[in-house]
Design a protein around this ligand. Structure first.
Ligand code: BMA
Length: 370
């Protein structure tokens, strides 16, 4: 083979190879991934679940967010959950109408925010909740399984919703899809005790292939997020492969014992960021918080010092439930931790929506952040 022929062969080979392994992404989605990679170690974006759908004492009002009421700024990252979409219901499991969610997702994108979507989907085998762990569900919904068609029907509704997330000019809104989360724990039907690593990986790949290949969605980045990380091996035991994951994360909460939270977070962050570096993935704290924030200095004195030295690109706080008065993670304006939250907002490395927008999250040209 001549040098030229060899060169041509390798070009053709690498194109074929590239197509078989790398996802096709819209320019905005590719830009988002590029931005996230660029800000590793430089900034930490702050997120809130259901930020603009409801909060303490309000629901569905436009241009509102508890985070904004307290700090003056929208979040940089918006978390959503599409549980119950699979059933064809009009609202999700926390009563957020999907039509409202669509509007809020597009708005968040248009103000330069990042949308990340989890899925507390009901158990396809018996129609009970995501927390129903009675039926070894995963193997029954894989191709060939007795309940596969039900699961495929769920996925079809999910893909339809994702496809509907576009701006008026038809631009698909980039999303970070975070399916089957906290799978190293055993409280959801996809949890560690209820399927083998091979079954979990097969479900993951089937799901992502369906969305990206069968339905042609090019606006999805994929986040893999476990519960607390104890070991590298434990974290990677059910890892579906580099082609199936863009963002690596974990969920952990402060439950009262702050010292133990700090220890767990540090241990998880050490392992997470080492793996992300090795694989050139994007590390993030995909869920955390301290319910009711009983420590008025928690954001600046507990959370910030624990996470700031790690190159995580975002930290997402869980929801401020409207119908569960004790279930909230962002202080409302008169809350004793509100001033501390405002101080957290002012820390240079920490970016809310007002700091993230100048970064131009979706800019397609390379960005250079000082
Ligand atoms: C949990 C709680 C539940 C909620 C679920 C899904 O952590 O907030 O009230 O239904 O998440 O959002």
């Amino acid at each position: 083979m001549t040098v030229v022929a060899r060169h041509c062969f390798s070009l053709v080979f690498s194109c074929v190879f590239f197509h078989a392994t790398a996802a096709d992404l819209t320019p905005e989605t590719a830009a988002l991934l590029n931005t996230l990679k660029t800000i590793r170690g430089k900034h930490i974006l702050v997120g809130h679940q259901d930020a603009t759908a409801y909060g303490i004492d309000w629901s569905g009002e436009p241009n509102k967010s508890d985070m904004k009421s307290t700090s003056g700024a929208y979040p940089a990252v918006y978390g959503w959950d599409v549980g119950h979409l699979e059933l064809g219901k009009a609202a999700n499991l926390d009563n957020v109408p999907f039509d409202l969610m669509r509007t809020r997702i597009v708005e968040a994108y248009q103000r330069g925010g990042i949308n990340t979507v989890s899925w507390h989907l009901d158990n396809p085998v018996n129609g009970r909740s995501a927390w129903d762990t009675t039926r070894n569900t995963v193997r029954q919904i894989l191709p060939g399984g007795e309940h596969h068609e039900t699961y495929r029907g769920y996925l079809a509704k999910l893909a339809d919703f994702f496809k509907s997330l576009e701006t008026e000019d038809g631009t698909a809104v980039p999303l970070v899809f975070r399916p089957f989360h906290e799978h190293t724990g055993s409280w959801f039907w996809w949890g560690a005790a209820f399927c083998t690593p091979a079954e979990y990986i097969a479900l993951w790949r089937y799901t992502v292939d369906y969305l990206r290949t069968d339905r042609g969605l090019e606006n999805l980045l994929i986040a893999y997020s476990s519960s607390t990380i104890d070991t590298k091996e434990g974290y990677l035991e059910r890892y579906p492969g580099d082609e199936y994951v863009d963002i690596l994360g974990f969920d952990d909460y402060c439950m009262g014992d702050e010292a133990s939270y700090v220890n767990r977070m540090s241990a998880s962050l050490n392992i997470l960021t080492a793996i992300a570096k090795e694989k050139d993935k994007v590390p993030a704290i995909t869920e955390t918080g301290y319910e009711q924030i009983p420590n008025t200095k928690w954001f600046t004195e507990v959370l910030y010092p624990t996470i700031t030295e790690y190159p995580v690109v975002w930290v997402l706080f869980w929801r401020n439930a409207i119908n569960r008065p004790n279930h909230y993670y962002i202080p409302y304006p008169s809350h004793p931790a509100a001033e501390d939250f405002r101080e957290f907002h002012r820390l240079p490395k920490i970016l809310f929506g007002d700091g993230a927008t100048p970064l131009d999250i979706y800019r397609t040209a390379p960005i250079d952040i000082p």
